[in-house]
Design a protein. Structure first.
Length: 279
């Protein structure tokens, strides 16, 4: 049961996303987090909890679709029942909001908006077509303004990176979600009357997603070119571009793994570059 509940949480997504938020905060304060250590821990727990809760609730909402797209997931294969999963989602949401409230009221308010948007996504995502992908990309990018609710910024050169990376992350997330739409089309057709037409089966949809992903990767060298980051970041950027290009040669099921690796590489490269070379 415990393993099944943990697998429902998609920790391989929720923990890296929360970790990415911590990296953003590091850039916001020039690497000096000693004065906000408590808030950093609480915000990490809050984000991890709410993102995990959304994944669990998504499985509750999409169990019929997952029987076709992902029959090995915990609900379709019967390793956990729907009521238990729903209760687990509620517990995680409550825990996430409690941790957010312990940070400060600005962070809590922003997390409430994110939580509501995630619930909306879980309920209506299969009915709003491409707007689903735009919503996810917007939620991913919201980690940047969220960081500004946690603490005041410190004026360093690296702070300017936070005004470049949101565009990269938005476009990358958008392309990633479009690839997932293509991968999951078979099961998503169970929705008989989507409010917005579904274009994912069309070949042009795949080409557009690939163009978006590669274009986004070409944004990543800008912080180095403009002098905001150093050589370690540049190496990560080059790797990200290579991964983005290679993803266009793969089927969507495999391509999304390349994009996941790209985001992880930029995140890791950003924090290592900061730790090695300083603010």
């Amino acid at each position: 049961m415990i393993i099944a509940l943990l697998r429902l949480m998609r920790l391989y997504y929720s923990l890296p996303l929360a970790g990415g938020f911590i990296v953003i905060v590091f850039y916001l304060v020039g690497g000096n987090v000693t004065h906000i250590y408590k808030q950093l821990v609480l915000s990490f727990l809050s984000l991890s909890g709410i993102i995990s809760a959304a994944y669990v609730y998504n499985d509750v909402c999409d169990v019929d679709i997952d029987e076709i797209n992902c029959p090995n997931r915990m609900l379709p294969c019967g390793k956990i029942n729907r009521k238990t999963a729903l209760l687990w989602s509620i517990v995680l949401f409550i825990a996430g909001f409690v941790f957010a409230a312990l940070c400060n009221w600005k962070f809590f308010s922003f997390m409430c908006i994110i939580g509501i948007a995630l619930i909306f996504y879980d309920i209506f995502s299969k009915r709003i077509g491409i707007f689903k992908d735009i919503l996810v990309a917007s939620l991913m990018t919201s980690l940047y303004p969220l960081a500004f609710t946690l603490t005041d910024s410190i004026q360093t050169v690296r702070l300017k990176v936070l005004f470049i990376h949101p565009l990269w992350l938005f476009l990358t997330s958008l392309g990633y979600e479009m690839l997932k739409d293509i991968r999951d089309f078979k099961g998503d057709r169970k929705i008989n009357s989507p409010a917005i037409a579904d274009y994912s089966p069309k070949k042009s949809f795949l080409y557009i997603s690939q163009i978006i992903i590669v274009t986004a990767s070409l944004i990543t060298p800008l912080p180095f070119v403009l002098g905001y980051c150093k050589k370690i970041y540049l190496l990560a950027s080059i790797g990200a571009i290579i991964l983005a290009i290679l993803s266009t040669r793969k089927k969507p099921t495999i391509a999304i793994r390349y994009i996941y690796a790209e985001v992880f590489l930029i995140t890791a490269g950003s924090v290592v570059d900061l730790l090695v070379f300083g603010p």
